[in-house]
Design a protein around this ligand. Sequence first.
Ligand code: NAP
Length: 230
Amino acid sequence: MSETIGFLGGTGPLGRGLALRLAAAGHDVVLGSREAGKAQALADEVRAAAGEGAGEVRGGTNGEVAAQADIVFLTMPFEGQRTVLEQVAHDLDGKLVVSCVNALGFDGGPHALPVAEGSSAEEARQLAPGARVVGAFHTVSAPKLEDLSRTLEGDVPVVGDDAHDRQRVVDLADAVGLRGVHAGSLRHSHTLEALTAMIISVNKLHGTSAGIAFTGIDPDRARPDQPTGA
Ligand SMILES: NC(=O)c1ccc[n+]([C@@H]2O[C@H](COP(=O)([O-])OP(=O)(O)OC[C@H]3O[C@@H](n4cnc5c(N)ncnc54)[C@H](OP(=O)(O)O)[C@@H]3O)[C@@H](O)[C@H]2O)c1
């Protein structure tokens, strides 16, 4: 596969886990960091874990990732998003950007933070106006992604204003072993980010790492390209 998938803030559990699963599925990936050496060291670990037949795995600065990748995942904490995107936005023009970032606060328990633009993903769209932003993977468990011996289950709601862009991310969710689900326009990203706070509470209260799954979806009846009122 010639397309390169990059991760801004790719050295945390989510970036590592998604990069590992996608590399194992044959995609070329590049992990980004504020420190190139840190990303290169992690890339070596991901390459070794991904095994035979994996895609190419590289590491570099966040700036190198933005310049080199065709699809760019945002896998940094919400607090770091503005600084990173202000530095690299010019290299994201025309690219598909996948926001996994949850704007959450923790004050004894997780809760959704108010964001002026509506959500973290909509802030990203404002900071990188030339990019096509889609939101996905908010509710997945990074430790499960990082353990290739585990079979994944559950759904990945994918929100975005363009059906073709959403489909590309649905396909990536399927590639990591989950099920991508078209979930409407980007304005639903606030719902997904807030839902994640509740899921973290569920997981604390039940001692687990549950995700979400929709019931009753029939692929034969799907019409993913109908207008979503973006
Ligand atoms: N962890 C999960 O299970 C999970 C699941 C779904 C979604 N998410 C979302 O995905 C995002 C990443 O989660 P994570 O647990 O992987 O995060 P994390 O470990 O806290 O951060 C990921 C990377 O972001 C960079 N970073 C940290 N603070 C930064 C700052 N102030 N400015 C710029 N870069 C900074 C760091 O990389 P360098 O130091 O190398 O630059 C860090 O390794 C979050 O928004 C989270 O809500 C997480």
